[in-house]
Design a protein around this ligand. Structure first.
Ligand SMILES: *[C@@H]1O[C@H](CO)[C@@H](O)[C@H](O)[C@H]1NC(C)=O
Ligand SMILES: *[C@@H]1O[C@H](CO)[C@@H](O)[C@H](O)[C@H]1NC(C)=O
Ligand SMILES: *[C@@H]1O[C@H](CO)[C@@H](O)[C@H](O)[C@H]1NC(C)=O
Ligand SMILES: *[C@@H]1O[C@H](CO)[C@@H](O)[C@H](O)[C@H]1NC(C)=O
Length: 726
């Protein structure tokens, strides 16, 4: 599973959770206010049998002792709701209780039960089939467990309205048999299981259904035609399957549709011109299929549409949205298609907040009426053929809501970074990377006081690192790597508040819903991939591959929030300061390819989170530290230091025979088989990549690329919007 899928699942799960919390909230309240009516004894014993069947779990406030007087108050037990007049249990809501075991069939005795929510636990085994026929059961939610087996076969009457088995391990063909036995079903969720096979026939019997989620399974072929009879359907989630063929024209029959997601399938051909009848559609997502041809006119005139996601297809022609008609469009993602021409049509899309047009063949200047997009917050125009960067900068600088902009100057080369800029007062993320910029780093950078992320890497910037950068109190990510910067590392960098004080990072985590973080996740050849990281961003100081001289500042020790310190490939000299061992959260430390001398401080082994470490190619001497993470690094971390010795490098590095022997014995005694990959993987995944992997790619042609572009970022829109519209 790739990062994007993983993170999407993460968000979907939590999205569903929040939805459910709200859904069940009224019931939670009623269970708290319940009067102490004595409990029906059958109900009590059913509940007790249920909890005793979970030997590793306890439910706070539940009594499993059948003789206890408290039993009469089972209506006050956590998660239990009773009917006020009869005292019978009507609701069991035990989501997120860390319950572990099988679902006991004893619950079947709760014959007045109307809702059962066991989601977000660790239930395994299958669903007791009898539960499905509880005569009053309206809502059954067992999502986000480890349940397995084939889909329960319904063969008797059921009053279910909500049936949610998503995020489990159910397998086999998908069977909508439930539709034959309940006329009430409104919501069916089968997402993220292992269902495999052709798209099932039979959903049309669910005449009142409003929501169907089949996403993230292995459903193949074309959509069964009878699905299109469901005129009440509001939400249809089919993404992340293997559906193929053309998108059916019969979608036009689903006239109540609000959200439609067919992303990550194998659909091909043109997007049919069927949106004229879908006057309620707010979200249309068809990313990562193989759609070709023009945007259909009914789609680009659809007044209700808020979110349009068509990235990673082969759509072509101009982006001719009719924004006089599309008066609600907030998010537009057309990345990675074959669109051409200028983007003037977007001028009137005044409701746009996020635009991603990266990786197309768009041309022209940024139209000056772009200034009208007062709500625009995220923009990406990467990898197109736009020109006149200075003009673009002056227009985009005027956008009052802009927070995220990855600027890569010099669209065609030959243009220059202005010595001053206006606007950009709310910009938090700024990337001017990979554009062969020369000259000094412009001083106005230090005036963009809200900057959290600054990336000027892969240019030809010369001169020294401006010490004023330290004025940027919120900065947590600074990448000046791969330039021609010289001089000492300014000591002011050790004053970067965002890297010292956890409070700042914490505060951002609270805003995280609205703040997109992203980080460079890998470099393959000349391709640099940025991944968006929601919720958490990797605090980094990356000065790699410049001409920096002088010592490594002992003051870095104060940067307790720094996770990545990369000073590799410079001309730094002197000793590695002991104080680096105080950077207690450091995960990556790269000092390779410098002129460092002296020993490796033993105290570095106190860096418990260090997973990537290199001092390759320096002039270090003495013994390699042992203990902690140092027992996991390979000898290649020390390569090119002929006077450095000890585990794990012997016998290749110089050492006295006796010490070599001792080290070897020590290694054997501790049973240390260095497992470098595992160390690195654990370190890299240590809570860092939480969030959304909707990244924008910058595959520019390396350091001397002449064609530059804007890159911007999307935040995770889809699940959140789905939830808020619920
Ligand atoms: C879709 O609507 C058309 C016209 O209203 C109708 O003829 C057709 O039978 C419908 N298709 C389905 C599958 O319901
Ligand atoms: C783009 O879509 C193709 C299928 O059409 C898929 O294989 C690929 O992974 C997608 N790429 C991205 C970056 O989503
Ligand atoms: C654009 O939308 C407006 C308002 O709905 C409409 O009057 C106009 O005809 C549309 N233009 C095109 C080219 O469809
Ligand atoms: C960019 O646009 C401005 C304003 O239209 C114009 O004065 C300038 O000459 C253009 N620069 C280039 C390089 O085309």
């Amino acid at each position: 599973m790739d990062l994007r899928t993983t993170t999407l699942h993460f968000i979907l799960q939590w999205g569903v959770l929040f939805y459910l919390v709200f859904y069940f909230q009224p019931m939670l309240i009623s269970s708290q206010n319940i009067n102490p009516t004595p409990c029906n004894s059958t109900d009590v014993s059913a509940l007790q049998a249920f909890v005793t069947s979970l030997p590793y779990s306890t439910i706070k406030g539940w009594s499993s002792n059948s003789s206890s007087v408290k039993n009469t108050a089972c209506c006050n037990w956590t998660g239990i709701s009773c009917d006020n007049s009869t005292g019978r249990v009507i609701g069991v809501d035990l989501q997120l209780m860390n319950l572990q075991g099988n679902i006991s069939p004893s619950l079947v005795q709760l014959d007045q039960l109307r809702w059962l929510n066991l989601s977000y636990n660790r239930f395994a085994g299958s669903i007791p089939n009898q539960l499905l026929y509880l005569p009053n059961l309206e809502r059954l939610d067992v999502s986000n467990n480890f349940l397995r087996g084939t889909i329960p076969i319904f063969n008797g009457s059921s009053s279910l309205e909500i049936f949610d088995i998503s995020y489990n391990n159910f397998y086999g063909p998908l069977n909508p048999s439930i539709c034959n036995y309940t006329s009430n079903i409104k919501i069916l969720r089968y997402s993220k299981n292992l269902f495999r096979g052709d798209f099932p026939i039979g959903f049309s019997n669910c005449r009142s259904i409003e929501e169907i989620r089949l996403d993230s399974n292995i459903i193949m072929g074309s959509i069964a035609v009878d699905l299109f009879k469901l005129s009440n359907l509001k939400k249809l989630y089919l993404q992340d399957n293997q559906l193929s063929g053309e998108m059916s024209k019969m979608f036009s029959n689903l006239s109540n549709l609000i959200e439609l997601d067919i992303s990550d399938n194998l659909f091909q051909g043109k997007i049919p011109d069927i949106f004229g009848t879908l006057q309620k559609l707010k979200t249309f997502s068809a990313n990562s299929n193989d759609f070709t041809g023009l945007l259909p006119s009914s789609l680009v005139n659809l007044a209700s549409l808020r979110i349009l996601l068509l990235r990673n297809n082969s759509l072509s022609g101009q982006i001719d949205l009719n924004c006089s008609a599309m008066t609600q469009l907030s998010l537009l993602d057309l990345e990675s298609n074959l669109f051409t021409g200028p983007i003037n049509a977007l001028n009137d899309c005044l409701t746009l907040r996020t635009i991603n047009l990266a990786r197309n063949n768009l041309t022209g200047e940024i139209p000056s009426n772009f200034r009208n997009l007062k709500l625009l917050s995220y923009i990406s125009l990467a990898e197109n053929n736009f020109y006149n960067f200075s003009l673009a900068l002056s227009i985009i600088g005027d956008l009052p809501s802009l927070t995220t902009l990855v600027l890569v100057q010099n669209f065609f080369g030959g243009e220059h970074l202005p010595s001053s800029i206006l606007g950009f007062q709310n910009v938090e993320i700024l990337i001017i990377a990979n554009c062969a910029f020369s000259g000094a780093i412009p001083p106005w950078i230090a005036n963009l006081t809200k900057l959290k992320v600054l990336d000027l890497s892969w240019n030809l910037f010369t001169g020294t690192i401006p010490p004023q950068i330290a004025k940027l109190d919120s900065l947590i990510y600074l990448d000046l790597s791969n330039n021609v910067l010289s001089g000492d590392i300014p000591s002011s960098l050790t004053n970067l508040k965002g890297l010292i004080s956890k409070n700042i990072v914490q505060q951002w985590a609270d805003e995280a819903d609205y703040f997109p973080f992203f980080t460079l996740s890998n470099i393959t050849g000349h391709t640099r991939r940025y991944n968006l990281i929601n919720h958490q961003f990797l605090p980094s100081l990356i000065l790699r591959n410049n001409l920096l001289t002088g010592p490594i500042l002992s003051g870095f020790g104060i940067l307790k929030n720094l996770l990545v310190l990369d000073l590799g490939i410079n001309q730094l000299s002197g000793a590695i300061p002991e104080e680096l061992s105080r950077m207690s959260n450091l995960q990556v430390l790269d000092l390779s390819h410098n002129d460092l001398s002296g020993g490796l401080p033993d105290s570095l082994s106190q860096l418990h989170f260090l997973s990537i470490f290199s001092v390759q190619y320096n002039n270090l001497t003495g013994k390699i530290p042992r203990g902690g993470q140092f027992d996991t690094f390979s000898c290649s971390s020390y390569e090119g230091n002929p006077n450095l010795y000890g585990y794990p490098c012997n016998p290749y590095n110089k050492s006295t025979p006796s010490e070599f022997l001792t080290d070897q014995m020590q290694g054997k005694k501790d049973g240390l088989i260095p497992d470098f990959t595992a160390g690195a993987i654990v370190g890299m995944s240590a809570g860092v990549f939480i969030g959304i992997g909707i990244g924008a790619l910058i595959p520019l042609g390396g350091r001397f690329s002449t064609r530059c572009s804007f890159v911007g970022f999307l935040y995770n829109f889809l699940p959140r919007n789905s939830v808020s519209d619920a």
